[in-house]
Design a binder for this molecule. Sequence first.
Ligand code: HXC
Length: 257
Amino acid sequence: TEYTNILVEKRGRVGLVTLNRPEALNALDKATMDQLVAAVTAMDADPGVGAVVVTGSGKAFAAGADIKEMASQGYMDMYAADWFRGWEDFTRLRIPVIAAVSGFALGGGCELAMMCDFIIAGDNAKFGQPEINLGVLPGMGGSQRLTRAVGKAKAMDMILTGRFIGAEEAERSGLVSRVVPAEDVVEEALKAAEVIASKSKPVAMLAKEAVNAAFETGLAQGVLFERRIFHSLFASEDQKEGMAAFSEKRQPEFNHR
Ligand code: HXC
């Protein structure tokens, strides 16, 4: 496939997708959405890729959905095109996806980062949902995912005032898992992805499913879902290998089955 708005690389078992419209602060237009979803969907299906890092370039992870592309649309244009529908496919990916955020992650950029499984932030990161300044509100899940991530008080504060928060406040609030020096953010995310990719891919995908179930089910149902998956893994080769390796005091060699 010919990608114009993203760069796609494979490093060992790790996929790296770099948003590549720095002149527009990586504003997420439809083409960028379609290309990103296509690239990561291919990695999801590729047994040779065990984890993915999504990152930005220049001053931004992404400064939002593309305001210029949206500005003149009418209600029926938005509805007929089912604007932002493609992001739903991104959230259905089974492969673990890490967001490496340096600089601005605003509006749809913050929402994209939150669609990833976790966020590693550079100390220069700025997160915000400034849509209220444009006369709209978050449209890619921000009002829901930010509230689940940081709680009502901080989500209301950010979404109603549009203020940006820095990396330290984002970590304190539970929005990001780690803060690292800005220049190391991609390297650190790649290292984390490499660790994940060294595990059994189906097990990592199921673990992701189980954590996500915490957001979509009650506790009793979620715990049951987890236990059933746990039981099912005793039909896998990788469980046999993992536990045998432990007893034999060696590193496991998973074959992702
Ligand atoms: C389209 C954008 C853009 C965006 C930046 N650019 N953000 N284009 N959509 N979201 C473009 C600018 O127009 C400019 O293009 C170039 O990128 C560089 O940006 P500057 O503003 O010159 O940079 P700077 O002065 O450093 O300011 C950085 C910034 C500012 C504070 C991040 O760009 C900004 O406020 N951007 C918009 C942030 C925002 O509101 N995001 C939410 C988007 S709405 P030119 O051609 O002039 O050089 C969204 C909605 C989802 O995501 C749901 C709504 C339905």
